[in-house]
Design a protein around this ligand. Structure first.
Ligand code: NAP
Length: 298
């Protein structure tokens, strides 16, 4: 079997297009959705991500507020900014780019953000709403994976799903989303016994570990849908001195067995920013009592 390649780049472009249309509808009601991104310090990778988010926000017609703070910013100054953004009616989504410098605490920082503006879905409130069936803002990457899976599979009721990875950012919310879709969900992690055997039971296999090419073709159930979330940089096989991005799955051997698979790059990655925009739009609609867009939420 040769798997269908799930084109996350094209799907994400479609999501951004839908968000653009919905933003026009919201603007017609006199409201412009706004996303504030806070960056503390000068981590080069974070600078790149923040730049991408800024451009994508403007492209869909929203307002982008960028706040760049020096690396030695105190918790008090960071929290004062978050408090101002919480109170600002032009700001519907707030994202603090992680990692923050070591003297700042990520958990306390997330807790300071108004849950109604927590478009990263990381707060205790949003995690709790997701777990208890409420209207959460859902962490962007798992939301993106859910959209790809819905598009690929439609009804997932009764399917066996295995999520490798149990982080608060990805693994746990992904498992909750699959549970909501009526899958039978297993969460695997570094202490799981016989991971290959666990994975072979999966109709849906989601890998979010950060270990390049860990999942081999003989771990995959024939016909399974494989979602590769991991991103690791490794040496390029053909270009000495150059690097390339690798997923958690050994793409060639997995694609021989799977029914469908996301590539790295061009699979899950592009969905993350698209879902950040979708969450900002959702937060804006909820804040103003406007009808929520269809298909952009969990
Ligand atoms: P994380 O917090 O480091 O979590 C990694 C998880 O993998 C942990 O639960 C860990 O288990 C598990 N793990 C580690 N080694 C394992 C092994 N040998 N077998 C089975 N499980 C193992 O990472 P994360 O934030 O969830 O991200 C995971 C990957 O996804 C990273 O490569 C990251 O770059 C990527 N990612 C991509 C996007 C995107 O936009 N595409 C977004 C988010 C994350 P323990 O809990 O037992 O330690």
């Amino acid at each position: 079997m040769t798997a269908t390649i799930i084109d996350g780049k094209a799907f994400a472009a479609g999501v951004r297009g839908q968000v653009t249309t919905e933003v026009e509808r919201v603007k017609a009601a006199g409201i412009t959705p706004g996303l504030a991104v806070v960056l503390v310090g000068e981590d080069p990778a974070s600078e790149v991500y923040v730049g991408h988010k800024h451009r994508a926000t403007i492209e869909v017609g929203m307002t982008s507020f960028e706040h760049r703070l020096p690396a030695d910013t105190s918790e008090g100054d960071l929290f004062a900014l978050i408090d101002r953004l919480n109170a600002d009616p032009a700001v519907h989504g707030i994202l603090c780019q992680f990692p923050v410098p070591a003297h700042l605490d990520e958990r306390r920082t997330v807790a300071r953000i108004d849950p109604a503006k927590d478009v990263d879905g990381l707060s205790v409130t949003n995690a709790g709403l997701l777990a208890t069936g409420g209207d959460a803002l859902v962490s962007c990457t798992p939301l993106g994976c859910l959209m790809l899976l819905r598009d690929q599979l439609g009804d997932m009721t009764g399917l066996d799903a295995v999520v490798i990875g149990r982080s608060n950012l990805f693994g746990k919310p992904m498992a909750q989303l699959l549970l909501r879709e009526n899958c039978t969900v297993t969460i695997a992690h570094s202490r799981t016994q016989d991971l290959a055997e666990v994975c072979r039971r999966a109709d849906i296999l989601v890998a979010a570990v950060g270990r390049a090419q860990m999942v081999r073709g003989d771990w995959v159930k024939p016909g399974a849908t494989v979602i590769d979330v991991g991103i690791t940089r490794g040496p390029h096989p053909d270009k000495p001195g150059k690097s390339r991005l690798l997923g958690d799955c050994d793409f060639d051997s997995c694609a021989e067995v799977a029914g469908a698979i996301t590539p790295v790059p061009g699979g899950v990655g592009p969905m993350t920013i698209a879902c950040l925009l979708a969450n900002t739009l959702t937060a804006c609609c909820r804040a103003h009592g406007l009808e929520e867009p269809q298909g952009l939420t969990a």
